[in-house]
Design a protein around this ligand. Sequence first.
Ligand SMILES: NC(=O)c1ccc[n+]([C@@H]2O[C@H](COP(=O)([O-])OP(=O)(O)OC[C@H]3O[C@@H](n4cnc5c(N)ncnc54)[C@H](O)[C@@H]3O)[C@@H](O)[C@H]2O)c1
Length: 261
Amino acid sequence: MTQGPSGPSPFRLDGQVAFVTGATGGLGAAIVIALARAGADIALADLPTRQVASEALVADVVALGRRAVAVPIDVTSVASIHQAVADAEDRLGPLGVAVANAGVNIRKPGLELAEAEWDQVIDVNLKGVFFTCQAVGRRMVPRGLGSIIALASQHGVVATPRSPAYSAAKAGVVNLVRSLAVDWAPRGVRVNAVGPTFIETDLTREYLGDPAVRADIVGRIPLGRLGTPDEVAHAVTYLASPAASLVTGTCLMADGGWTAV
Ligand SMILES: NC(=O)c1ccc[n+]([C@@H]2O[C@H](COP(=O)([O-])OP(=O)(O)OC[C@H]3O[C@@H](n4cnc5c(N)ncnc54)[C@H](O)[C@@H]3O)[C@@H](O)[C@H]2O)c1
């Protein structure tokens, strides 16, 4: 069946409610704005320490004519995730879209990474993503509708030095979304990941500040430049939208071609 020129664009998210973790970060804020521009109302979930930034971003979304609320969350606590998801639905209505975006990295060689550092990176980037998916999935699956997107990384499919826990967590996310996708596809819920290359945010700014590192990285990206937060946000928005209705269990690489080489 093909769609004629009339009717709403399948790239729109009008009337949908989206839940975004790590909402005030470099990529999170771009994702929030892109989803709002596509028509969604947004629950911005971030650490309590990000409250001021969350409130400023809520105002930006409201200025776009959408509803927005800030809900505190720490994705390393399953209870906190459930509370934030419940808050979001109480205040905005049923979630149709969720973006598990919160992430951290501790850049250290494999010979030096300490147990607590390993645990922190895995707790936020893998355990936090799973329990975010589970909390929203428990609401979406019975309703038979929803799109969940997790932030993986090109480093979930190719190596990066000095980030063993991060690389392991991101590889875990790539296969986690496959597992949840096949579980939930018969119930109408899609689960995908996005795999960005290097984008300049708080996560990467110090690392990319070394001119030799930066030149080496840019030299490995076939498009010849770093990505932008908006380019990642557009990939997330596509996967969130009905335009991606046949897409589940995939990791959409937004990597300038890095992993194609
Ligand atoms: N920037 C890049 O180059 C890049 C590349 C590939 C993938 N990613 C991934 O994209 C996602 C966003 O990264 P970013 O570049 O915007 O980083 P960022 O540091 O700018 O933002 C991270 C966000 O996560 C939040 N966060 C951290 N710990 C949390 C916790 N325990 N509970 C809730 N929120 C928490 C922070 O408050 C912040 O808002 C991450 O998953 C990251 O791994 C980033």
